[in-house]
Ligand binder design. Structure first.
Ligand SMILES: C[S@@+](CC[C@H](N)C(=O)[O-])C[C@H]1O[C@@H](n2cnc3c(N)ncnc32)[C@H](O)[C@@H]1O
Length: 178
């Protein structure tokens, strides 16, 4: 899933070829949101697929998106007002957040950076939803060892103090409420 292949114009097609259950993962991430959120921080917004689904489900929510790719930020800003060029391993914008959500972005961090991120989220958010590629017996998505660092779903759940709400092949959704 090496991120440097991704360009906003071809992302949608490429991600669905690498992650055939991409749409199911998105649906399950939205389904895991535990209550209607107002202030939402999205980690690794990409082209805004999760954002679109979240706002459709919760029209009163306000989403601030972060992404480290200038191309993705440029594209997302066409549709969303509040998109920031930022790395999710750096200090997060100040909360409090009703919800922090990240789909297919957190696996780009190594374990220590994930744990550090999870500590920040726990301090500032009421709920956390992760949808991501995980270490599993059946590995469908191509893993680039330089950019992709999947964990098991159980480790993600333990590190963020949450539970696994959905798992299929090498994909999982984890939810925590604080
Ligand atoms: C596989 S895409 C997922 C995009 C979107 N969340 C989705 O579900 O389609 C991963 C996104 O995370 C962004 N990303 C990767 N590493 C990041 C980091 N360290 N900080 C912020 N964004 C990052 C990439 O630029 C890309 O837009």
């Amino acid at each position: 899933m090496g991120q440097f292949d991704w360009k906003p114009d071809t992302y949608s097609e490429l991600i669905r070829s690498e992650v055939p259950r991409y749409d199911e993962l998105q649906e399950q991430a939205i389904a895991a949101i535990p209550f209607p959120p107002e202030r939402v921080l999205e980690l690794g917004m990409g082209t805004g697929e999760t954002t679109r689904r979240l706002i459709e489900a919760y029209p009163d929510s306000w989403v601030i998106g972060l992404d480290s790719s200038a191309d993705m930020v440029f594209r997302a800003r066409e549709n969303y007002d509040d998109v920031q060029l930022a790395r999710i391993e750096d200090p997060l914008p100040e909360g409090p957040w009703d919800l922090v959500i990240g789909v297919l972005s957190i696996h780009h961090l190594r374990s220590d950076a994930k744990k550090n991120l999870f500590r920040q989220v726990r301090e500032q958010a009421r709920a956390f939803v992760i949808g991501d590629v995980v270490k599993a017996d059946i590995q469908v998505a191509p893993i680039d060892p330089a950019y992709d660092f999947p964990e098991t779903a159980a480790d993600l759940a333990e590190w963020c103090g949450g539970e696994v709400t959905w798992e299929a092949d090498d994909l999982a959704v984890v939810r925590a409420t604080y």
